[in-house]
Write a protein that binds this ligand. Sequence first.
Ligand code: GLV
Ligand code: MN
Ligand code: MN
Length: 418
Amino acid sequence: MRPEEGDGSSVAPGFHTMWSELRPVGRHPGTGGYRRFAWSGADAECRAWFAEQARRRGLVHEVDRNGNQWAWLGNPAAGDAVVTGSHLDSVPDGGAFDGPLGVVSAFAALDELRARGVRFAKPLGIVNFGDEEGARFGLACVGSRLSAGRLTAEEAHRLTDADGVTLPRAMEAAGYDPDAIGADPERLGRIGAFVELHVEQGRALDLTGDRVGVASAIWPHGRWRFDFRGEANHAGTTRLADRRDPMLPYAETVLAARRNARLAGAVATFGKISVEPNGVNAVPSLVRGWLDSRAADRAALDTVVTGIEQAAHEYAEAHGIRLDVVRESFTPVVEFDHALRDEIARILGGAATGLRVPVLGTGAGHDAGILSGTVPTAMLFVRNPTGVSHSPAEYAAEDDCVAGVTALADVLEGLACR
Ligand code: GLV
Ligand code: MN
Ligand code: MN
C-alpha cells in the first residue's frame, strides 16, 4: 500500500496526514512526477507546509541565511543539538519519496517520541535543506554547501537557470535576501549529530529482506558540461560532407561514456542536453550535454572521466567541432562518522528493537554528505522494492515507511534523550 492510501498508523499517527497534504504540491498532472524546483511556486508551497508543521507542534521555525528551514524543540544555542530532516525539492518529474520521506518522517518521529513521553536532554532540530537536487541551477546541495562553506557566495551568485535567471534574482523573487548567503559555521557548530532518513535508491535492502539500513559511504561524484560547437546550416540543402554537426561527436561521446563506465565498474550518464538552434530542419550550432559520473573511489572516477574527455576530443576533432569541457561540481567520497554509525547500529540492534540493520554504501548525493565534513553525520535508508528513484515510479511500502519512522524515533531517543 502506498502511504497516501494508508488508513493511519499507531506508530506514526501524523504520517498519512502529512503525506497527503504534501502529495499534490508540485505534482505534474500529466506525468505524475514532481517539479519542485528551487525558489519556484511549488518550492514556496513546500516551505509553507514545513513552517505550518513547525507551528502545529509548537516548534520555533527559522530560515537561515541560505534559505534552509529549521524547526526547533529546545534552544539550539545550547549546542550539541540532534538534527534530522532532508529536502523537499525534486528533480524534473521526480518521485514523491526522495527528500520528503526524510522530512515527513522527522516530524512523525517527533510525534512518536512525544507519544512515548520521553524527556529531551538536548535540543532537537528538523531541517529542510534548500535546493538539494540542483535541478534548476545545475549544482546539487546548494543550501548545505553554502552553510558548510563548500560553495562561496560569489560562486552561488553566478549560478543561472535555463531561462537566464540568476540564483540571487530567483531568491529575491521568492522573498529572500541573496546578499545574506554564505558560510554559517555558528549554526552548524551547534549541531552534535545530523541524521538524514532517505528512501533507498537501489535494491540492496530488498535483496537482504530488511526494511531499514544505515549508510556507510557516498561514492565520489561530479557533473561536467561538454560544449560541442559546430555550424548551423540547412538540414535539406547542406551536403553531408560540408557539415560541421556537433550532434555527431556528442552521440559518439555518449556511447564512450557507457563503455568507459562499464570497464571501470562505475556509472556515467548524459541525462540533460541543450541544442541550438534546436530546429528540426537545422544542423545544430551547439550541443551542450551534461555528464554525471560516479564511482566507488576517486581513482576509478578519474579514469572514467578522463577516458570520456579524451574520446570526446578525438570525436570532435574528427568532425571539425570545437569542444570545451567544464567541471561544474565535484563531491569527494564521503565516509560517514564511524562512531555515530556504530551508535545507531547499537541503538537499532538493541534488545528493544532487535532490528537487523545492514550497512550500505550509495552512489546518490545527499546534504548529509556535504555536512559530514563539518558535523558528525549519519543516514538511514528505507527499503525501495524496485530501486527506482528520480522517477514518478519511486516507491516505498507503507510498512517500511512506518518502520523508518520508528527507527528514526529510536535513534533520536538514543541520541537526544540521555
Ligand atoms: C541527488 O539525488 C544526486 O545523487 O544527484
Ligand atoms: Mn535525489
Ligand atoms: Mn534526496
